[in-house]
Design a protein around this ligand. Structure first.
Ligand code: HPA
Length: 277
């Protein structure tokens, strides 16, 4: 990943539209209904963007939508890149470096996740407070974050800004009367769901939800000094928590069942991020 590649992707995207997005949103599996509410939309297939990989997961459309949500200029990734599709962590995180080069300073990263915390229920929303990633390759392996304006050794202690989380949770609870959870997201590479023993291990380590995405993009956002809000939807209880086999179609079914509340949460989150200087 070179600065010229990142700049080239950013220039290609900005040449397709007059909108100058301020907030990026990455939509996770089954969480795309908000994309229909983007106004003044320019839709750019990933395959047209130089150096930007395409999605292979049929639930992820693979289109970058530039437009406005509630009059706020946004860049929405309708479908993300996963490591389990054969992308390196770097390739998964590349769009975030491009967002920085486009002048974006804030990102909302969403995903469907398995619930590890037994106080959680199917369909719960969890604002991510922190994450756990194991010790394999990372998105910045071999990179020096100075190409994104950062340092090689950068801090991640408040990456999932506590202030922003509390503001979004408070506003959403006031507006809808619905409680929102806050918890730790564990990254597992997939594509298979975890084993029950892995889930017990993750619980012991302090994880509340588990998923196969998000962390590469968030590490890149931290490297680029982009403010992060992470949202998980508990699409199933994780392996072994209930006496039940896991399936991708159950994940999609849960996400479909919460879509109106999830859209409301995104409207609230975009508004609060926009207010935040
Ligand atoms: N594990 C990992 N990723 C997931 C899960 C899960 O249980 N549910 C949705 N994404």
């Amino acid at each position: 990943m070179t600065y010229n590649q990142i700049k080239g992707s950013a220039e290609y995207i900005l040449a397709q539209t007059r909108v100058r997005p301020k907030i990026a949103i990455i939509l996770g599996s089954g969480l795309n209904p908000i994309s229909a509410e983007i106004e003044n939309a320019t839709r750019i297939p990933y395959k047209n963007i130089p150096r930007w990989n395409s999605t292979t997961n049929p639930d992820h459309e693979g289109v970058l939508i530039i437009g406005t949500l509630d009059k706020i200029p946004v860049a929405v990734m309708n479908g993300r890149l996963h490591q389990y599709e054969g992308n390196s962590m770097k390739e998964c995180a590349y769009p975030v470096a491009v967002f920085k080069a486009m002048g974006i300073e804030k990102i909302i990263v969403t995903n469907a996740a398995g619930g590890i915390n037994t106080d959680y229920r199917n369909g719960d929303f969890v604002l991510i407070s922190d994450h756990i990633k194991f010790f394999n390759e990372g998105p910045l392996t071999g990179e020096d974050a100075s190409i994104f304006g950062g340092n090689r050794f950068f801090d991640m202690s408040d990456t999932y800004s506590e202030y922003l989380r509390n503001r979004v949770a408070g506003a959403f609870e006031t507006e809808t009367g619905k409680k929102i959870q806050q918890g730790v997201y564990a990254f597992m590479p997939g594509p298979q769901f975890e084993t029950p023993a892995e889930i017990r291990m993750l619980r012991t380590l302090g994880a509340d939800v588990v998923g196969m995405s998000t962390v590469p993009e968030v590490i890149m956002a931290a490297a680029c000094n982009i403010k992060v809000l992470g949202i998980s939807v508990v699409s199933n209880m994780a392996a072994g928590v209930e006496n039940k086999k896991l399936s991708g179609s159950d994940v999609n079914e849960t996400c479909a069942s919460i879509k109106e509340d999830f859209k409301a949460l995104l409207h609230t989150a975009v508004r609060i991020l926009e207010e935040e200087k």
